[in-house]
Design a protein around this ligand. Structure first.
Ligand SMILES: Cc1cc2nc3c(=O)[nH]c(=O)nc-3n(C[C@H](O)[C@H](O)[C@H](O)COP(=O)(O)OP(=O)(O)OC[C@H]3O[C@@H](n4cnc5c(N)ncnc54)[C@H](O)[C@@H]3O)c2cc1C
Ligand code: SF4
Length: 464
């Protein structure tokens, strides 16, 4: 038993060095470190940590196997519930899920469950476990979107013998895992590896196909698919609706991150360039805002601000990402809200020209609102100007209306989310949906959970 009240530290790239490169920041545990950390687990009989895991991984069981150095068995236990453990070990908000419930967390730090999940997944990948192809069951399913919900649904259905084709609008599969979350947090080789695993199960992936434009959902049925899963995410950026949002140098976080991650705008002469260097303000306080700010830094910005209207306590990003951003020198302007983005040519049409600054107002926190968090209230007369030339807006995204507009009878709610029942079934027969397309922007693990549920429901619907 390891009675330390602190997590076994993980090796990291030095902050000064990593702020200039896109390599992964956290370097993972060695075998000795993993065993030592697993020895902090008390093997609690009532398994509180499991109740905090959205896909119910048997956490004490896999930690026990690590203690015994039975790493393959630990991996087998994890993959019974999670199909992307190398991803989840890196990006899940463990502090609000499994680790929040961990008994060791009451008098110190919880067991580092996420880091140990990553350890067993990376170790198994290095050993290249071979995947068996299941016998075909004669039915075909179309999966729309290749993010975590689509990949999980595709994998589970392929393991049941379905002929699965994934249709992806972009030229690369992986969803937010490739176009959103940057390399320094989630190396793309890991996502590619998971996609290769799916292909070895027989899953076909067709990129550059926009369902609702290239083909409709009805045409998928006409082509012989018995069921369709919609895992199209929530890729439509929200804006603040303030003056100056149309100026050159104002990006949505989605555009900024896609240009950098997917289109490799960090290269010398990229096909899709991006503003590099200068002074950057990122508006928002979630994981997306942290990723955009840290990407801007790595692209060469001289100064990067996070502008967030509440305080550090309410900041929704993963704790580790906030700590890393602070260590790298990102400045947090908390309790501040933008009111106007200023262009270089003051007298010119505010829709054109380049950014020269952002006017913000200071905020104070009032009574809790419907989200349970204290409502930010502007302090009259406290306006000030932040001297920046690039603004990245990371205040959330919504589901794209394309499928709703092109699929007769597909019901959506007032936020644009596809309406589903408890099985993941939409208002259309044999059309299922899950992930951000249903819930709005959420987490990788909840998208995976929805993909798993839909795969089970599709199987029941087609074989009952
Ligand atoms: C920058 C960023 C950082 C994040 N960080 C974290 C984190 O640290 N931890 C965490 O848990 N979550 C994080 N999230 C949230 C998480 O990534 C998402 O909740 C998750 O990816 C949702 O999965 P999904 O499968 O529903 O959709 P997505 O991952 O969005 O995938 C949807 C896919 O569908 C494709 N598509 C859309 N429309 C069509 C169409 N009509 N036809 C064909 N294809 C289509 C899209 O191109 C996309 O590839 C982050 C999100 C972003 C943007
Ligand atoms: S709650 Fe923490 S200590 Fe208890 S079994 Fe889970 S991981 Fe181990």
């Amino acid at each position: 038993m390891n009675m330390s009240n602190k997590k076994t530290p993980m090796r990291m790239q030095d902050p000064a060095q990593r702020a200039k490169n896109f390599d992964e920041v956290a370097l993972g545990y060695s075998e000795e470190e993993a065993v030592s950390e697993a020895q902090r687990c008390l093997s609690c009989k009532n398994k509180p940590c499991v109740s905090g895991c959205p896909v119910g991984i048997d956490i004490p069981a896999f930690l026990k196997k690590i203690k015994e150095r039975a790493f393959d068995e630990a991996y087998e236990i994890v993959t019974r519930s999670s199909s992307l453990p190398a991803v989840c070990g890196r990006v899940c908000p463990q502090e609000t899920q499994c680790e929040k419930e961990c008994v060791r967390g009451k008098k110190g730090e919880p067991v580092a469950i996420g880091r140990l999940e990553r350890f067993v997944a990376d170790r198994a990948a290095a050993k290249k476990v071979k995947t068996e192809r299941p016998a075909p069951n004669g039915k075909a399913v179309a999966v729309v979107g290749s993010g975590p919900s689509g990949l999980t649904a595709a994998g589970d259905l392929a393991r049941k013998g379905y002929a699965v084709t994934v249709f992806e609008a972009l030229h690369v599969a992986g969803g937010v895992l490739v176009y959103g979350i940057p390399e320094f947090r989630l190396p793309k080789a890991i996502v590619r590896r998971e996609i290769e695993n799916l292909k070895s199960l027989g899953v076909k992936i067709e990129t550059n196909v926009v369902i609702g434009k290239t083909l409709t959902v009805d045409e998928l049925f006409e082509r012989g698919f018995s069921a369709v899963f919609l895992g199209t995410g929530a890729g439509l950026p929200n804006f603040m609706g303030i003056e100056g949002e149309g100026l050159c140098g104002v990006y949505s976080a989605n555009e900024f991150l896609t240009r950098s991650n997917l289109m490799q705008a960090y290269k010398e002469q990229p096909e899709t360039p991006i503003m590099k260097g200068g002074r950057v303000a990122v508006v928002g306080g979630g994981n997306v805002a942290m990723d955009a700010a840290r990407t801007a830094l790595r692209l060469g910005a001289e100064k990067v601000y996070i502008v967030y209207r509440r305080s550090m306590e309410e900041l929704p990003a993963r704790r580790e990402e906030v700590e890393h951003a602070v260590e790298e020198g990102i400045e947090f302007r908390l309790l501040c809200n933008p009111t106007k983005i200023l262009g270089v040519e003051e007298k010119a049409d505010p829709k054109f020209g380049f950014v020269r600054g952002m006017e913000c107002v200071k905020m104070t926190l009032g009574a809790p609102d419907e989200s349970g968090r204290r409502r930010p209230v502007p302090m009259e007369g406290s306006e000030f100007i932040l001297d920046v030339d690039t603004v990245v807006i990371a205040i959330g995204t919504s589901p794209n209306p394309l499928l709703k507009d092109t699929t007769a009878g597909l019901q959506t709610d007032r936020r644009g989310g596809i309406v589903v029942d408890e099985r993941g079934l939409t208002s259309r027969e044999n059309v299922f949906a899950g992930g951000d397309a249903v819930t709005g922007a959420a987490t990788v693990i909840s998208a995976m959970g929805a993909g798993k549920l839909a795969a089970r429901s599709i199987d029941q619907a087609l074989f009952s």
